[in-house]
Design a binder for this molecule. Structure first.
Ligand SMILES: NC(=O)c1ccc[n+]([C@@H]2O[C@H](COP(=O)([O-])OP(=O)(O)OC[C@H]3O[C@@H](n4cnc5c(N)ncnc54)[C@H](O)[C@@H]3O)[C@@H](O)[C@H]2O)c1
Length: 257
């Protein structure tokens, strides 16, 4: 039996990349999964899981809207009965230096990466309390521990998310809720966010472009999306029952240099 048999999870930004991998990893462990995204292709990602025999549904969802969070929560409870796991994965990046980035654009990144996750936590907490337990996993970034150039607007959103994670962890624990909250900090992974359009065709070409970054990773390679998926499934499961407020770096050692 899987470690998440009988559990119900919501994964945001699940159409592709790390979110799609997290949804699959949770489903493999037995969870019923609601995949959400602004991209219509989230329907195909969920259908592929269902075709493989897993319990999966999808919902169109912009994480910056409280109203849409309420519909996702209602649809998940209607489909699967309760909510036990939330993976705040939806995220955007706009590379640039302090000279390039407009404050309005930086605010939009904050709205998705930080406030989107905060809205999600507030939306699911009542259902997790009713269910009696829960696990929240926030996808931050290893850029909270290093200055990686061009992440001027992005890194602060992920640092804020990591600190929100710890606040939620302590508030839930001290409030007597059996609800844990942790953050995962990925390094460079093979997804569209990093490799761009090349993901559709020739990702080898894109990998060549970012070869210097790959060479700097102590383990000598980028991460595979499923390596984040498995970390998410672990934190969601009772195997992580005493882990809350933790930062798990999944970056091949890059941020240690
Ligand atoms: N790929 C990496 O190397 C890497 C490294 C560190 C952190 N991350 C983080 O991991 C997460 C997933 O990244 P990815 O690489 O899979 O990127 P991705 O661009 O492939 O996937 C992100 C998903 O989020 C969705 N999304 C964007 N805005 C949204 C919104 N307002 N509401 C709902 N969904 C929205 C996108 O449509 C997309 O499907 C992000 O939070 C990202 O910051 C990725």
């Amino acid at each position: 039996m899987g470690r998440l048999q009988g559990r119900v999870a919501i994964v945001t930004g699940a159409a592709r990349g790390l979110g799609a991998a997290a949804a699959r990893a949770l489903a493999i462990e037995g969870a019923a999964v609601m995949l959400t995204d602004v991209l219509e292709s989230v329907a195909e990602t969920a259908a592929a899981l269902a075709q493989d025999g897993f319990q999966a549904r999808h919902h169109s969802h912009d994480v910056t809207s409280d109203q849409e969070w309420q519909s996702v929560v209602a649809a998940t409870i209607s489909a699967f009965g309760e909510i036990n796991v939330l993976v705040n994965n939806a995220g955007i990046n706009l590379p640039g230096t302090i000279d390039d980035i407009e404050v309005d654009a930086a605010q939009q990144i904050m709205n998705v990466n930080y406030f989107g996750a905060m809205r999600g936590i507030k939306a699911v907490l009542p259902s997790m309390r009713s269910a009696g337990h829960g696990s929240i996993v926030n996808i931050s970034s290893n850029s909270t521990r290093m200055i990686a150039g061009l992440t001027t607007a992005y890194s602060p959103t992920k640092a804020a998310l990591a600190l929100l994670t710890k606040n939620v962890a302590v508030a839930c624990a001290q409030g007597g809720d059996d609800i844990r909250c942790n953050s995962i900090h990925p390094g460079p992974h093979e997804t569209a966010m990093l490799l761009g359009d090349a993901m559709d065709g020739n990702s080898d070409a894109a990998i060549k472009l970012i070869q210097p970054m790959i060479d700097a990773i102590p383990m000598g390679r980028m991460g595979k999306p499923m390596e984040i998926g498995k970390a998410v499934a672990f934190l969601a499961s009772d195997d992580a029952s005493y882990i809350t407020g933790a930062e798990i770096f999944v970056d091949g050692g890059l941020s240690l240099l």
